[in-house]
Design a protein around this ligand. Structure first.
Ligand code: CP3
Length: 344
């Protein structure tokens, strides 16, 4: 049977007159219904580990806007937690983890196969979603890329420049490489179970890839993504993979070919015209409207949306933001973006 889901068609390389659309962080604090369910769960992590409520918040933006894809509601930091790191969220500040900078702290981590014990509720969320999503909606699973997850594990929190992870990789590359390898194995385990449970596409979020330069970009962003993609495709032939090396700039060029991903997600640090010429020539791209338009709205939102649709109209494209929507966004601006993409 010919594929009818618009997202899967784009990932297979098809250009469509109206590009399919979804939005990073589409289930999030800008939506009053999300805030209500999160309050019901108690806190963010309890929401992530409650399959019924996590499925509910995943479905909320699908009901409200009819996006072409739903992204599993979870977080990239659940994997380090499943490997044995402590994890908690400080309201208004962000994530906190136990730090990892020594051999002893690395040795205390669990093996990759042990992650399922903690992550089973996430797979249950995927099963509920694959049962309850509308037939035309694609279900996307995800994980963080090893480098990005490592930046949080080493520092114990988000940092402006990922300094602690850079320091560890430069001062103790042997230890850092072992950490990356464990995260790769854990990520393959985690994503593979999401696919078994019903995820149709997986996305690898490398939010801090842009802080890696030169050979470091190859070693810590490109190579792990290539190995994870190869391992997943060996286990699940035909599985579409989206890579998101955020901030990669000119290193977006060639990323799909070097890693084997089916689609490269673009942040708004590159223009759609440049990306159409240098990235989309190799296959599907996703992106890349600046998330700030969801706050500011107006004619600029409509013009930029049209510009992106036009620039990528010659090849396979999934419309998205360049990064996650922020809590101060106006839900009406999201509708305006969707209407512009679908209606011209
Ligand atoms: O996109 C989606 O709707 C799916 C769910 C999703 C979340 N986080 C939910 C979330 C996804 C795909 C992520 C990915 C994620 N998590 C990334 C990579 C993408 C990116 O944004 O760069 C990163 C770096 C994280 C780690 C993380 N989680 C941070 C730094 C924070 C705090 C910052 C913030 O926005 O509050 C989170 C919390 C988080 N993850 C929230 C949501 C909806 C907000 C938590 C809340 O409800 O209080």
């Amino acid at each position: 049977m010919a594929e009818t889901k618009t997202i899967l068609r784009a990932l297979a390389g098809e250009s469509q007159a109206v590009p399919p659309i979804w939005m990073m962080r589409q289930a999030g604090r800008y939506l009053p219904e999300y805030r209500a369910t999160r309050a019901q769960a108690g806190d963010f992590l309890s929401l992530c580990y409650n399959p019924e409520l996590a499925a509910e918040v995943t479905l909320q933006p699908i009901r409200r806007y009819g996006f072409d894809a739903a992204i599993l509601f979870a977080d990239i930091l659940l994997l380090p937690q499943a490997l044995g790191a402590e994890l908690w969220f400080v309201t208004g500040e962000g994530p906190r983890l136990s730090t990892l900078t020594t051999e002893a702290e690395f040795e205390a981590l669990k093996p990759a196969e042990a992650v399922h014990e903690t992550l089973n509720p996430v797979y249950e969320t995927v099963r509920i979603l694959s049962r309850d999503l509308p037939a035309e909606t694609t279900l996307i699973g995800f994980a963080g890329a090893p480098w990005t997850v490592a930046t949080y594990m080493v520092a114990g929190r988000g940092t402006p420049d990922q300094g602690p992870a850079h320091k560890l990789k430069d001062e103790n590359p042997a230890l850092f490489d072992r950490l990356i390898a464990r995260l790769e194995e854990g990520t393959v385990e985690y994503l593979s179970r999401q696919v078994d449970a019903g995820a149709e596409v997986v996305k690898i979020f490398d939010s801090w890839a842009g802080s890696l330069r030169g050979a470091d970009f190859d070693r810590y962003a490109l190579e792990p993504c290539r190995r994870i993609t190869a391992a997943l495709k060996a286990r699940h032939p035909g599985l579409p993979v989206i890579g998101f090396p955020r901030g990669a700039g000119e290193r977006y060029e060639g990323f799909a070919q070097a890693t084997g991903v089916d689609c490269v997600a673009l942040d708004d640090g590159v223009t759609p015209e440049w990306a159409a010429e240098h990235v989309q020539k190799d296959g599907c791209v996703q992106g890349n409207l600046a998330a700030s338009h969801m706050v500011t709205g107006g004619e600029a939102l409509v013009e930029e949306t049209r510009r992106i649709v036009r620039a990528f109209s010659g090849g396979p494209h999934i419309f998205n933001l360049g990064h996650g929507i922020t809590p101060d966004a106006d839900p009406d601006n999201v509708q305006r973006m969707i209407d512009t993409v679908r209606g011209g």
